[in-house]
Design a binder for this molecule. Sequence first.
Ligand SMILES: [Zn+2]
Length: 189
Amino acid sequence: MICSNCYNEHNFEIREEHEVICVRGDNIEIVSKVTYCKDCGQKVWNPEHDSNNLKVAYSLYRKKHNLLTPEEIIAIRERYGISQTTFAKVLGLGEKTIARYENGSIQDTAQNNLILLSQNIDNFKTLFEHQIARLDEGEIQKINDTLNRYTPKVISKSCYTKPTQFKNCLFGGFNYEQSEYEYNFIPAI
Ligand SMILES: [Zn+2]
């Protein structure tokens, strides 16, 4: 790092400042870290801080709009043991789309909802069957293997009264209260 004003290379200080960053047309206020040259007092461009400030703004935007984080998207995809490309194909998105979201790009609400719904295995299966023409044999085999491992088995109604038992159920979103049968998804590993 170097001050472009006085060419000082060592004498810097970091200050915290309120900053408004426009994310997809929405003004997000963050406390950003800004680097100043202690010799001449000029702001100094610090790529690491700029990138981090943007990450903070994106994170606040996601929270405000109730969008999945990159980590949550990764977790949903990894439950099915498939690549970013395969997951994108199953969802009917462009092949690079999931990779972009996992790397920090912000998804719009419709795509977010699609990913969210895909964490339910029944929805995932429906999408898989609908998009099967886009998938190659290896991808189809891999998904079939995963789906077979998660084949639901009917368990007794006595478990019905212990909803806590399902709290850590691998696939969320299943409505146990209204379902005719109870399903116990068996973890893959
Ligand atoms: Zn300077």
